[in-house]
Design a protein around this ligand. Structure first.
Ligand code: PBG
Length: 324
């Protein structure tokens, strides 16, 4: 036997030399939830260790994360039911929770990079990502609303916008709207292959943003499809997206690989709420070692071809790196 693969596994040092994939806190984006009020920190029942923060405590959390080496944050708002309407008008109200919070973060912690969410669902009385009329989610009529939202976020100081709505043509539409107002420097991280997934359950609990009727299958992708992700990728790439995202991550590693092999821009993967909840639940039951499962899962997402991972584990991973 000349070729003995075990030689490269014989010690921690040699294993590290032979290690193909590494994971740094610089690869991570931490999703955060903001809610109204002051001095509030409310745990999301289905996401142990993840909280909805009022903006004052959110700032403290971001400051702590910055010190741990996490620099980018994807912010999502929990909007009061009374402020929701069919046209998501609260989404571009400059005095609304979300835009106020972005301004405050960028003012007090300018070194934090903020990725904002562009989709109607947190503000929509229908709980859908697009405009609903007679039971249908309209595409072209949604685009101007998304553009108002994206512009308001750019004015508030967002560094990167994340269209998560899956309407056709929105990346190009938003790019043009941003450029027309002089926001050529604001990046777009496109939710390119976003699947109609059961793994978003805990997130919808966190924001009370579940659809009021039906599901999201007429705009989010069919979990059975991979080749279709190439169409979405080509559109977003040609419409000027700076990053292409796959979401969820763990059940879609093949899609991550396909996009990373076909497009020369960085690929991101969203390690979603349900993926976080699964590991936390099993860990709490003593069924597996949550910390080890976390590292293995995050590494597998990078190995598949993601450069960036949006994950609720970001802070926990950064703390683990600090202990080592
Ligand atoms: C909606 C949105 C969702 C998530 C991010 N933006 C849920 C959905 O599409 O219903 C899910 C994130 C997660 O589960 O962690 N625009």
């Amino acid at each position: 036997m000349f070729r003995r693969p075990r030689r490269n596994r014989q010690s921690e040092t040699i294993r590290l030399l032979a290690q193909e994939t590494t994971l740094s806190t610089h690869d991570l984006i931490f999703p955060l939830f903001v809610t109204e009020g002051t001095n509030k920190k409310i745990e999301v029942a289905s996401m142990p260790g993840i909280y909805r923060y009022s903006s004052d405590l959110l700032l403290k959390e971001i400051e702590e994360c910055l010190q741990l080496g996490i620099r980018t944050f994807a912010l999502f708002p929990q909007i009061e039911e009374s402020k929701k309407d069919s046209h998501a008008t609260e989404s571009y109200n400059p005095e609304g929770l979300y835009l106020r919070t972005i301004r405050e973060i960028k003012q007090k912690l300018p070194e934090a990079t903020i990725m904002s969410d562009v989709a109607m669902d947190p503000y929509s009385s229908d709980g859908h990502d697009g405009l609903v009329q007679t039971g249908k989610v309209l595409n072209d009529e949604t685009l101007p609303i998304l553009a108002k939202m994206a512009l308001a976020q750019a004015r508030a100081g967002a560094d990167m916008i994340g269209p998560s709505d899956m309407m056709d043509g929105r990346v190009g539409y938003l790019r043009e709207a941003l450029d027309d107002e002089g926001f050529t420097h604001v990046s777009i991280m496109a939710y390119t292959a976003k699947y109609a997934s059961a793994f978003y359950g805990p997130f919808r609990d966190a924001l009370d943003s579940a659809p009021k009727f039906g599901d999201k299958k007429t705009y989010q992708m069919n979990p059975a499809n991979k080749r279709e992700a190439l169409i979405e990728g080509e559109l977003d790439y040609n419409e000027g997206a700076d990053f292409l995202m796959v979401k969820p991550a763990l059940a879609y590693l093949d899609v991550i690989q396909t996009l990373s092999e076909n497009f020369p821009i960085p690929i991101a993967a969203y390690n979603v709420s349900g993926e976080y909840a699964m590991i936390k639940a099993a860990d709490r039951n003593g069924w597996l070692n949550g910390e080890k499962a976390m590292v293995e899962m995050l590494l597998s997402i990078k190995r598949a071809g993601a450069k960036i991972i949006l994950t609720y584990f970001a802070k926990e991973y950064a703390l683990l790196c600090q202990r080592k």
